[in-house]
Design a protein around this ligand. Structure first.
Ligand code: NAP
Length: 499
């Protein structure tokens, strides 16, 4: 693949960072393969991008919503045209197997189609007033400049979850992609330019979180920060935005689980648990590090789960038979090893030892094997409460439905939950008593669709889900009342008399 030299996109112009510094993007499946470089942006670059977005805002917000949707429709067509090339780039840059790289781009395409289709749907509400001569409306207005800060694990889909609703509603955007996947972001930016978005409406600043991302969060010209990433960074952004009286929507990590009840269909249970634990090598925010299993069926479930996990094919995601690609970077590998070590220290019964894979070509990538253990729940456990973001999986035996729900809830997070049961009373109990934002019955804990809200509770989010629900975060709901009478009448029987 020819190396890609990414640039910032500011006011419709491709620009180098004022620092002149660049950083490399490499293939996590083979770290010898440098895929390209991107500008290491500074606060000055961020200032230029935010200024461009501010200046473009006034014209963009007054552009008809249907016209704004047409730009997004054009973008959808370009994504469809380039689907295969984008999918391959996703696989090369973030290591996901090619089928997952493709699904990432298809999800981005669905988001673009969904948002473009929204333009001809009802947008506000007409509502009755207490006064017969008054018409009342609820209208939506854009908030201004939206900063979209995204993680590496869905380098095409997640940016569009946040950027497109923002743009459709008349906001302008400054996008700071992950430093691990700048080239996917660059290809996306090229499509925005080709789709004809007016200069300044959509801007990109590449770079590191601590300089470009931080400067964006603190820039006074940014009205809204939409962040997707880890709890540590999201929590920091929440605090910094609160100090500035700035609105933020943060979607963060999870310590998700599959709950397997005593009446579960074991074929479905094992299949769902394997997909939840190991798809994307456990690097989805909705990946399950915990499989909570009723002790009546736990031995048989565990035998089958371990047997299947042992057979997983690990390798370069460009091979269509590979199920698990590499971890994203050295930090990800260290996190995985740390969790494995902590599990052993906390008394886990190790069933699959996992570890770094160093045979043949695998030695050049960040490849690791599934680490699986059995452990009773403990509220003071580190490994049963903190996200490992890797193929690190605890099988936790429980003795009742109520205990399963207690164990599920006993973490700082509340993102994804899957329950495997044939009994509607049981899944209803789980649905009503587990804390989550994305729930499944007889399915894995992964598998978002763009027309559903996507977000979590507790440490997983601050109540402003992404995808179809993001429209609420990037608009103000405005009450607008018109008097058609010839005198002023007030609600609540309030007197309108002056003398
Ligand atoms: P991350 O380290 O939190 O980074 C996310 C983004 O924030 C990156 O663009 C990062 O830049 C930037 N950033 C870092 N420090 C910053 C700062 N001080 N100010 C502003 N921006 C800053 O997360 P990640 O490792 O990319 O992604 C994995 C995490 O994301 C996991 O915890 C996963 O569960 C979560 N996630 C959540 C969802 C969801 O919807 N709930 C979806 C996907 C992933 P750099 O790349 O330069 O560090």
């Amino acid at each position: 693949m020819k190396p890609i030299e990414a640039l910032n996109l500011i006011r419709g112009q491709w620009q180098e960072s004022v620092s002149g510094n660049r950083f490399q993007s490499y293939n996590p499946a083979d770290t010898r393969e440098i895929l390209g470089t991107a500008p290491r942006s500074t606060p000055d670059d961020v200032d230029k991008a935010v200024t461009a977005a501010r200046e473009a805002f006034d014209t963009w917000r007054r552009t008809s919503r249907i016209k704004r949707g047409e730009y997004i429709d054009q973008l959808a067509q370009l994504i469809k045209r380039d689907l295969n090339a984008l999918a391959e780039l996703v696989t090369r840059e973030c290591g996901k197997p090619i089928n997952e790289g493709r699904a990432d781009v298809v999800e981005a395409l669905h988001m673009a189609q969904y948002v473009a289709g929204m333009v001809r749907m009802p947008h506000g509400e007409i509502i009755d007033s207490e006064i017969a001569e008054k018409d009342a409306y609820i209208l939506r207005k854009p908030k201004g400049v939206v900063a979209c800060i995204t993680p590496w694990n869905f380098p095409v889909a997640i940016p569009l979850w946040t950027i497109l609703p923002s743009l459709l509603e008349g906001n302008t955007v400054v996008f700071k992609p992950s430093e691990d996947t700048p080239l996917c972001a660059h290809r996306l930016a090229e499509l925005f330019v080709e789709a004809g978005f007016p200069p300044g409406v959509f801007n990109v600043v590449h770079g590191y979180g601590e300089d470009a991302g931080d400067a964006l969060v603190h820039h006074p010209g940014v009205d809204v920060v939409v962040f997707t990433g880890s709890y540590a960074v999201g929590r920091y952004i929440e605090q910094e935005c609160a100090k500035q009286h700035k609105f933020c929507a943060v979607e963060m990590g999870g310590k998700n689980a599959v709950i397997v009840l005593d009446d579960a269909n074991l074929d479905i249970a094992v299949h769902a648990a394997i997909l939840s634990a190991f798809k994307t090598s456990g690097q989805r925010c909705v990946s399950s590090n915990r499989i909570i299993v009723h002790e009546k069926i736990e031995p048989e479930f565990t035998r089958r789960f371990v047997e299947t996990a042992r057979m997983i094919k690990i390798g370069n995601g460009l091979d269509p038979d590979v199920f698990m690609g590499p971890l994203i970077n050295e930090q990800g590998v260290q996190k995985y090893l740390h969790h494995n070590q902590k599990a052993i220290e906390e008394g886990a019964e190790v069933l699959l030892p996992g570890g770094l894979l160093k045979e043949g070509e695998l030695q050049y990538g960040h490849f690791v094997a599934p680490f699986v253990y059995r452990m009773r729940h403990r509220s003071d456990s580190f490994v049963l409460r903190e996200e490992a973001f890797s193929p690190h999986v605890a099988i936790i035996p429980v003795s009742s439905l109520e205990e399963a729900v207690f164990v599920y809830n006993d973490t700082p997070y509340g993102l994804a939950m899957a329950v495997i049961t044939e009994d509607y009373r049981k899944w209803r109990y789980v649905r009503d008593n587990c804390e989550f934002g994305v729930g499944y019955v007889n399915l894995p804990s992964i598998g978002a669709e763009v027309h559903l809200p996507f977000g979590g509770v507790k440490g997983s989010g601050n109540g402003h889900p992404s995808a179809s629900a993001l429209f609420d975060a990037v608009t103000h709901k405005v009450a607008f009342t018109v008097n058609h009478g010839t005198e002023i009448k007030m609600a609540q029987g309030l007197s309108a008399k002056i003398r």
